[in-house]
Ligand binder design. Structure first.
Ligand code: SF4
Ligand code: SF4
Ligand code: SF4
Length: 172
């Protein structure tokens, strides 16, 4: 390998590492809907577990760190608000008029469409039309973020578990 190629490959490795690290820093845990912003949640939540017990869909689990988190592999959110109303500390604050969260759908490269296999599962599951088949064969499904309400209904049915939802740190 020439010196130029060696330096170019090292530069690429560095940039890739930086990008990955930025994404990791911005990815926040998926706290229950209507959770207060940023670090305030961890300051207010005492890990009582009321929210997990209140969720009829059983998608809230108490993690090893004693904080609740949403697990969309268990089901989806109906936005009933029972979890938030059960919170005694104000870590979750239900407001019917307020968006429960701001999540983004991510689809991994393991998506069957990437292997030229036809799969319509997520497209058919999404009631808001936020997921569409790609225009070009072999590409990932297209997400229209403005139409996604973060219900998670598309996650569990995916036959290869390629769909996840993440909340992005908005700088808090
Ligand atoms: S809003 Fe309802 S369905 Fe969604 S996590 Fe809370 S209790 Fe569960
Ligand atoms: S009900 Fe509130 S204080 Fe209790 S675990 Fe859930 S978020 Fe934390
Ligand atoms: S989370 Fe809900 S609204 Fe968003 S893409 Fe999946 S099914 Fe559609």
């Amino acid at each position: 390998m020439s010196l130029t190629s060696f330096l170019a490959s090292k530069c690429f490795e560095y940039l890739l590492k930086e990008e990955t690290s930025t994404v990791q820093q911005k990815t926040m845990p998926l706290y229950p809907p209507w959770s207060v912003a940023g670090k305030d949640f961890r300051a207010l939540c005492d890990g009582c577990g009321n929210c997990a017990a209140a969720c009829g869909n059983r998608i809230i689990v108490i993690g090893k760190d004693s904080f609740p988190a949403v697990d969309f592999t268990q089901g989806s959110c109906t936005f009933c608000g029972d979890c938030a109303r059960s919170c005694p500390t104000g870590a979750l604050q239900f407001e019917a008029e307020k968006a429960p969260w701001h999540l983004r759908v991510r689809i991994a490269e393991t998506c069957l469409l990437r292997s030229q296999m036809l799969c319509l599962t997520c497209v058919e599951q999404c009631e808001t039309g936020a997921i569409r088949l790609p225009q070009i064969e072999g590409q990932l499904p297209q997400i229209t973020a403005e139409h996604c309400n973060g219900c998670g209904y598309c996650c569990r049915p995916c036959p290869v578990g390629a769909i996840s939802l993440v909340t992005i740190n908005d700088g808090e």
